[in-house]
Design a binder for this molecule. Sequence first.
Ligand SMILES: *Cc1c(COP(=O)(O)O)cnc(C)c1O
Length: 384
Amino acid sequence: MRPETTVVHGGGSNEFRAVAPSIHPSTTFERAPDGSHPYGLHYSRDENPTRAAVEQLLASLEGGIGSVAFSSGMAAANAIFATLGSGDHALIPAECYYAVGALGREVFSRWGVDVTAVDMTDLPAVERAMRPSTRLLWIETPSNPTLSVVDIAALADLARRNGAVSAVDNTMATPLLQRPFDHHADVVMHSTTKFLGGHSDLLGGAVVVRDDSALLAEIRRLRTVTGAVPSAFDCWLLQRGIATLGLRIAAASRTAMMLAQELAMHPQVSAVYYPGLPAHPRHAIARRQMRDFGGVLSFEVAGGAERARQVAARMRLFTQATSFGGVHSLVEHRASIEPPGGTTPPGLLRLSIGVEHGEDLRDDVLAALGGTIAEQGERRPCSN
Ligand SMILES: *Cc1c(COP(=O)(O)O)cnc(C)c1O
């Protein structure tokens, strides 16, 4: 099956020949008279049928032996870091999802796990940063918010040579556009809150394991013990969201590419960050490891932070909000929400492309860049 088919047919099996997945909110499952659990299910913090169905779907999409669903992307990341012990070292990218860095600094440092950052576009620097105690190499590509791209295969091979596990945060690309296991990575992590859920109405995460059944069992055990399980309803919503991922990501990638090309020629725009543009410094790597370039792009408004905030406020179809990957297009002035001292350019706006018509979105961005609030009229409320 191609991934656009797997998203519809790759979930767990169903009773009653129901076409849509069933939802099982039950927390507990009855024992047979002999004390056994005939379906292998006894308590939903361990295992739940609705969750198992979407876990099977995620594992087939990534091409792994299994997956473990969590109540958020950060709970999934936390479980991967929790496989480390005192004295271990982990490498994370210099441009990394903020809370992953915070997890290292604020939590695991207290437990004797050393987490350091390195520029992963610079392979010799990564090699130099490796220590005998390095057990985890954390990869995020494309990154956030500057859509930097790193070479998954080169990094995963380097990790393996040094006895470390490579984990890829595949949230931005999704398995429809990038399959890290095809590039030798060991583990994939997702915030299913973003494109996989796809409707800005659920929080979730997942860990997928390529072939190490002991590691898969350890991650599942960590979830059972620490308890960060998603509800049956959120798992059901996630499976429903994933069914349209192929359509949504194709549409968003098409619009993002068109917008990136338009913005690259715009006099009010000083830089565009999108891996699909041939001018992107890592375009060749993106072409090699991605099927398409995704629904998120960033650009810098000439004139800096104040002007960028004005442009964002003038957009009528793009809602000013954090996050990405939903059916509603979003715009965010990143420097406003990041802690001071960051490296994000002050005039940078990140766009998350939804499923609206591309030309409406383009007109909205161009009008916001060119006109005034009066010309644009009142912004539509985000609830349609
Ligand atoms: C959102 C996000 C996370 C964290 O996921 P939550 O579901 O918000 O906990 C991690 N990595 C990336 C790349 C993300 O975009």
